[in-house]
Design a protein around this ligand. Structure first.
Ligand code: FES
Length: 231
């Protein structure tokens, strides 16, 4: 449920966009909203992760009586709280965060296997922004694509650094084939010493492909493994 120590949690009531919602005390606003059919843009949040990385900065909302917008993935719900997901300031912050991600993301959707199910397309549509913004200069990363495995491909140029693949590989599966490396704009998901995935500890389980919200990790067309459902 995305709640810390869920058992015996008190249920509280709060409001999002005029809708009265019941949630376990301590649950964050983001998952309480999503579970009740209210979409808030997000990329880096993982329901099961106790410490949200809050790195994508897409999930800003406004709480009545609070001066500044807050990230919905880090803010626990409280009794009587009144949340707005479409406030002017929070939307402006979320749009800027999305445009910054898109400025270095290859917008070649027609040739991308994630076309129409891509997290960035959903977010851009929700926020009313174009995939190619005129406001920010485009930056191309031109990083090498890792095509060394038979089962999936990793294109770091399309990676949005949400960290879900790293989380599943390291914390859920304990494999640790991939992790974050470098800082700032050069930050990437990579293997130890940047070796091709085929030479890494990768077991080719494909769990990272299931959690990737964009087209950075994609199954090869010829592969039809059993895990291809869902995700
Ligand atoms: S989902 Fe909240 S900062 Fe990424």
């Amino acid at each position: 449920m995305g709640v810390r120590g869920t058992r015996d949690m008190k249920e509280i009531s709060f409001t999002i966009d005029g809708k009265k919602i019941k949630a376990a005390e301590g649950q964050n606003i983001l998952f309480a909203a999503l579970e009740n059919g209210i979409y808030i843009p997000n990329l880096c949040a993982v329901r099961e992760k106790l410490e949200p990385p809050a790195s994508c900065r897409l999930c800003f909302v406004e709480v009545e009586g609070w001066i500044e917008p807050v990230t919905a993935c880090t803010e626990p719900v409280k009794e009587g709280m009144v949340v707005h997901t479409k406030g002017k300031f929070s939307q402006r912050l979320a749009r800027t965060a999305a445009e910054l991600i898109l400025a270095s993301h290859p917008v070649d959707c027609g040739h991308c296997l994630k076309n129409r199910s891509c997290g960035l397309q959903i977010i851009a549509k929700h926020l009313g922004i174009k995939l190619r913004s005129k406001r920010l200069r485009r930056i191309e990363r031109n990083l090498p694509i890792d095509d060394s495995l038979s089962i999936f491909t990793f294109d770091p140029n399309k990676c949005v650094l949400c960290g879900k693949c790293v989380w599943v590989c390291q914390e859920q599966l304990g494999i640790g084939a991939i992790g974050f490396t470098r800082r700032g704009f050069k930050r990437v998901v990579s293997t130890y010493q940047d070796t091709p995935l085929a030479e890494s500890r990768c077991s080719q389980c494909g769990e990272c492909v299931k959690v990737c919200p964009v087209g950075a990790l994609t199954l090869k067309a010829t592969e039809k493994p059993s895990f291809a459902k869902g995700g």
